[in-house]
Design a protein around this ligand. Structure first.
Ligand code: ADP
Ligand code: ADP
Length: 230
């Protein structure tokens, strides 16, 4: 795992929208930080800047000791796993093929990729023999979400970015997924930044919670117990 440092980052979109202004935040290696705040406050923009889907217009982002703008994009893809709401699985590929996306991009041998896929599906609680050959539409919402997590873990990233990973599933499944996810995190210990607008989820999952307001302003940054005033 590697730490993440946001150093005065800002994003002005081409249309002039200032989504984020001067945000600084440090995430320790192996820590799970939750970004919470109202819709439109810039949470997704922050995640997309960290994995360089979009470029910051101000400031600097460090992954461990490296400025992300200086890391080769292919290498960065491997170092950062990304999980989004509704997962974005390829509908015409099987579960196994979806999970193998990054390993194949990296040119792993078929055997190595296959072994890794089986291991990952086991890790997220899906029997590879049963689920590997299915297509995304043959899964429940919760199962699709697990496949999304498995795919993000496929190249053994040092960092996981998760944008509302559990919000597309019903509340009962969500609670179960959150619990399993915490067990998984105890095992794999990634540095994680997770975006949500659900305070219960933030409190349940976060080692620390960053409360953002409009323009990505950092209002509070603390452990859940401190934020709740215990
Ligand atoms: P959140 O994830 O907290 O809901 P976003 O990061 O998606 O917030 O959006 C922050 C602000 O930036 C919003 O005002 C949104 O409308 C705006 N925004 C997001 N993407 C774009 C874009 N591609 N072009 C212009 N404005 C955008
Ligand atoms: P949940 O209530 O957990 O969201 P669903 O009611 O969607 O799940 O599905 C229940 C079970 O049936 C799941 O194990 C799922 O994998 C399986 N299933 C759903 N659709 C299909 C399908 N088209 N083919 C095979 N199995 C399916």
């Amino acid at each position: 795992a590697a730490s993440i440092t946001l150093d005065g980052i800002g994003k002005r979109y081409p249309d002039g929208t200032e989504a984020v202004r001067g945000l600084s935040l440090h995430v320790d290696a192996g820590e799970l930080v939750v970004l919470i705040g109202p819709s439109g406050c810039g949470k997704s923009t922050v995640l997309r800047m960290i994995n360089r889907l979009i470029e910051p217009t101000a400031g600097r982002i460090m992954l461990g000791d490296s400025d992300v703008t200086r890391v080769d994009p292919v290498k960065l893809r491997r170092q950062i796993g990304y999980v989004i709401q509704n997962v974005g699985l390829f509908p015409h590929q099987t579960v196994a093929a979806n999970v193998a996306t990054v390993p194949r991009l990296l040119g792993w041998s078929t055997d190595r990729a296959r072994g890794r896929v089986a291991e990952l599906l086991e890790l997220v609680g899906l029997d590879p023999a049963q689920f590997g050959r299915r297509y995304p539409h043959e899964l429940s919402g919760g199962q699709r979400q697990r496949v999304g997590v498995a795919r993000a873990l496929a190249a053994d990233p040092v960092v996981l970015l998760m944008d509302e990973p559990f919000s597309a599933v019903d509340p009962i499944v969500r609670t179960r997924l959150q619990e399993e996810f915490l067990r998984l995190q105890a095992e794999v210990r990634k540095t994680i930044v997770l975006v949500t607008h659900d305070l219960d989820e933030a409190v349940r999952l976060g080692d620390r919670i960053a409360v953002l307001s409009e323009g990505g302003r950092l209002e509070q940054y603390d452990q859940p117990a401190v934020l709740l005033g215990d």
